[in-house]
Design a protein around this ligand. Structure first.
Ligand code: ADP
Ligand code: MG
Length: 681
């Protein structure tokens, strides 16, 4: 008996079942045992027929009153109806197509039932409940594990498989060092898995879960640290000259750097002057001024004789960047060019030639710059803006255009530090936590439908004073049953209301080029009110826009609302954000209040995480994070914090994970990460 035995050694697992289980990556008995329940069904409290809620799973204790087969006794499909009662009332059990069950029941018999009560013509019914008769083997009470499943596999079959694998539990040995086990009060792994699968007592389930979450996070975190360490120590990158400064650039600037910007650049500079390649993430709230920090890094790189490239997620953002860069760099004799999707063939060829010959020092573009014909003479720095839109792969493809160039990633999605360490395990992190001076906090209001007229008047007055406004509507999905206002509808409503004002519309069905044109005329001040779906770009910078109206704000994630709000408040004038809520529920209220009371992206992100979970927000898969079996990066953040310290310690003491006590951990890391990340393990 071995944990690595094929799943087929278990009774009843033939070729077909094996194939189904393989779809869930279950190949060995160990894989099966490490497939944990997602949650538990609590069947410990008995309900009473008349007080039990409808359409929810309930546990009942009843006595059989009578039974009857409906229809002809020769009809195999005739439903069997069993009348049962408890002290509060009675209920009819219905079994379709189950004539064979008739002999199971007799009047006076005691039954335990589990199922949903429904109302049919005023009569309480339970259709196909699970039932237990005195003397039946399998109890239906207690805590029941609920497993992830795949097509062709039922909950009952899964539970049964786990039962068959139970004799193997004893083979799971403690593999963590005794100090870690003792310090953290961890139960043995065999005890943990037994109690996770066969939950006899809540306390034991929790003990077991703690142990398994702890170990999973430890493997994850140590693995990520290991990778980071590996990248750092194995690669030899470009070392920039310490004596080359960026003073000319600073002297030429229109403003002073904020403290946050200074600190971030200092960290970047230290990386650039080190021979290991830089891998740094700059996090800063919308409007915190990340671009200029990237410019400083590019300037230093260029001055040392290398090229730099900046990748933006959309053409529009790329164009915005090239404008800024040209303004800032051309007076200093640095040539910047945009590789645009709309270039003529000849134009493009010439540009690529100049790039290859090193005549262009800074290139800006969308992911189009990843294309193979884009070649650099000597690429020294790769900057990606709004990185969460790019996958790890795109980032690394770009990196390969140089010889281990420095990498700078910029993101406006504030990520709580613990999670950032996980998601960007291979990156160092700088945070810009100050906004440029003179920014007035945006005034945020929450309003409901009844204030629509007032809101529209307010917008008109502000626009007449010379401001510009955004009105954002959620994307409407086909499945939407509830009435939600579309961008088109709002546009049609505003045009007659605002005679003399220039109103623009951007919606999802438009071609990217059309969208860009409208966005551009908004930026140039040729449109006063821009109605749009969320397509308005993440990084667009229009200082004269001071009003942001968000329709059906309950439809947006908090972080998304924060991003949208960040489109205003970029100039000297007071800015406003008006959230129009279509629902007045308690949760909606709570969410909206967070928006009204906080302007701190990190606080909002943390709340958003609690509400939605990291997978949905950051696409953990895209970040190369292996799928977790039991741990939850948000709910288990306390354990994660503990584990991080331990993982740091392990890697510090044994960077190669080659000491005997770390071999099992190394093995587990390899198992968890698989071929997702090429480890030198
Ligand atoms: P983000 O971090 O959202 O990318 P940007 O880099 O686009 O922010 O900067 C937002 C605006 O703030 C730009 O107009 C930029 O010129 C301006 N800005 C950046 N840093 C400063 C500063 N230190 N002082 C004043 N304005 C600044
Ligand atoms: Mg930006």
């Amino acid at each position: 008996m071995n944990l690595n035995d094929s799943i087929q050694v278990l009774k009843g697992v033939g070729a077909k079942r094996k194939e189904i289980l393989e779809k869930m990556n279950i190949r060995t008995v160990k894989d099966l045992i490490y497939t944990f329940p997602r949650k538990y069904e609590d069947r410990r409290t008995v309900s009473y027929i008349m007080n039990a809620p409808f359409n929810e799973d309930v546990l009942l204790e009843v006595i059989v009153v009578s039974k009857k087969l409906q229809g002809s006794p020769y009809n195999k499909k005739a439903p069997l109806k069993v009348l049962v009662e408890d002290s509060t009332g009675n209920l009819e059990l219905v079994f379709f197509n189950a004539k064979y069950l008739a002999g199971y029941f007799f009047p006076g018999q005691q039954l335990t039932l589990f199922g949903k009560i429904t109302l049919n013509n005023g009569r309480r019914q339970m259709v196909h409940p699970e039932f237990h008769r005195t003397g039946d083997k399998d109890d239906i009470r207690g805590l029941f594990p609920v497993y992830p499943l795949t097509e062709g596999l039922t909950q009952g079959q899964m539970r049964n498989l786990q039962l068959l694998a139970e004799p193997y539990h004893g083979l799971i040995r403690e593999w963590l060092p005794p100090e870690i086990v003792d310090d953290n009060n961890l139960c043995p792994p065999s005890y943990a898995v037994t109690n996770i699968h066969f939950p006899s007592e809540e306390r034991r389930v929790l003990e077991g879960r703690y142990r398994l979450v702890f170990e999973e996070l430890l493997i994850l975190q140590t693995g990520l640290f290991y990778i980071k360490k590996g990248i750092k120590s194995f690669q030899k990158g470009i070392k920039l000259d310490k004596n080359v400064g960026v003073d000319e650039f600073l002297n030429n600037m229109r403003f002073e750097l904020t403290e946050g910007q200074k600190r971030a650049y200092k960290e970047i500079e230290a990386d650039l002057e080190d021979s290991r390649p830089m891998n740094r993430l700059v996090q800063g709230d919308v409007g915190s001024g990340k671009t200029v920090v990237a410019e400083l890094a590019m300037y230093k790189t260029v001055k040392c004789g290398f090229q730099a490239v900046m990748m933006a997620p959309t053409e529009l953002l790329a164009r915005q960047h090239i404008e800024t860069l040209k303004k800032d760099f051309e007076p200093l004799g640095v040539r910047c060019e945009l590789l645009s999707g709309s270039m003529k063939v000849k134009e493009r060829r010439e540009l690529l030639e100049d790039l290859k010959e090193g005549k262009i020092q800074i290139l800006v573009g969308t992911h189009a710059i990843i294309q193979p014909d884009v070649e650099f003479a000597d690429l020294g720095l790769v900057v990606t803006d709004e990185q969460h839109r790019f996958g790890v792969e795109q980032r690394s493809l770009l990196t390969r255009k140089g010889k281990d160039p420095n990498v700078l990633v910029m993101t406006a999605t504030p990520i709580p530090r613990t999670l950032a360490v996980i998601l960007f395990g291979d990156l160092d992190i700088s945070i810009i936590d100050t906004l440029p001076k003179g920014r007035k906090p945006i005034k945020t209001f929450l309003r409901y439908e009844e204030s629509r007229n007032k809101i529209y008047d307010f917008v008109r007055d502000k626009v007449k004073e010379g401001s510009q406004a955004y009105v954002v509507a959620p994307l409407i999905e086909e499945s939407d049953a509830i009435k939600v206002r579309s961008a088109e509808e709002i546009y049609d409503e505003l045009v007659p209301r605002y005679p003399g004002l220039r109103i623009g519309l951007v919606h999802g069905a438009m071609k990217p080029k059309e969208k860009d044109e409208i966005m551009l005329s908004f930026k140039n001040g040729d449109i006063d009110v821009l109605v749009s779906t969320v397509v308005i770009e993440v990084g667009i910078d229009v200082p004269n826009a001071t009003i942001m109206v968000i329709e059906n704000c309950e439809r947006f994630g908090l972080a998304q609302l924060h991003q949208l709000r960040g489109r205003v408040g970029r100039g000297e004038k007071q800015s406003y954000c008006i959230l129009i809520s279509g629902s007045k529920g308690e949760i909606a209220e709570k969410r909206n209040n967070i928006m009204v009371s906080s302007s701190d992206g990190f606080v909002i992100a943390e709340e958003d995480l609690k509400l939605r979970g990291p997978g949905e927000i950051f696409g953990t898969r895209q970040h190369g994070i292996p799928e977790l079996g039991i741990a939850d990066l948000v709910k288990n953040v306390d354990i994660l914090n503990k584990v991080r310290v331990i993982a740091e310690d392990i890697i510090e003491k044994d960077p190669a994970l080659s000491e005997p006590e770390d071999l099992e951990l190394r093995d587990r890391i390899r198992m968890m990460f698989g071929d997702k990340i090429s480890l030198n393990l």
